[in-house]
Design a protein around this ligand. Structure first.
Ligand code: FE2
Ligand code: FE2
Length: 169
């Protein structure tokens, strides 16, 4: 069956090529987590209103796009591959809580009552959520039949589209 051999080899070459320029799904999402965690750390040290405003705008943008690519691509595919009834539903509920806090601080001037508290609590929820993804969901996804290199490429493309869309608003 020479044709099967060729197509398998071709697929492997494509995957190698994709992996040399694109991080796999887990690496891409972990990089997002790290970036947001650093933004929250910077917020805790920030003193001026303009710096806080700028950091919160970045945090909201990053989290909104990150949550959306996970919900559109990662979560349904992990749920199907793992036949999961717990990790993904809980992650979705956690996203909703985080989005409620995003709505409460996005486009709101810093300095108002509970503003800093809302951002701090958002950071704590994100930290908890990230821990569950990285310690539970991602290791299980790695052991599954999912092609994480190919998924990484789709996540990257969708992220690019959404970033451009968000920044136009
Ligand atoms: Fe998430
Ligand atoms: Fe995440």
């Amino acid at each position: 069956m020479p044709s099967t051999t060729t197509s398998t080899a071709a697929r492997k070459t494509t995957a190698r090529r994709a992996s040399s320029k694109t991080p796999d799904a887990i690496a891409l999402l972990r990089a997002d987590h790290k970036k947001v965690s650093e933004l929250f750390d910077q917020f805790e040290k920030a003193r001026s209103t303009s710096r806080k405003r700028d950091l919160v705008a970045q945090i909201c943008l990053e989290l909104t796009v990150h949550a959306q690519i996970e919900e559109e691509i990662l979560y349904p595919e992990v749920q199907a591959a793992l036949k999961d009834k717990e990790l993904v539903p809980e992650a979705r509920v956690e996203h909703q809580s985080i989005k409620d806090l995003i709505a409460a601080v996005r486009d709101v001037e810093p300095g108002g009552e509970d503003y800093d508290a809302k951002v701090t609590v958002m950071g704590e929820w994100v930290k908890h959520h990230v821990k569950e993804e990285q310690n539970e969901m991602f290791p299980k996804a790695k052991q599954s039949r999912l092609d994480l290199v190919e998924m990484g490429e789709r996540l990257r493309q969708r992220k690019e589209e959404l970033m451009a869309e968000q920044q136009r608003h």
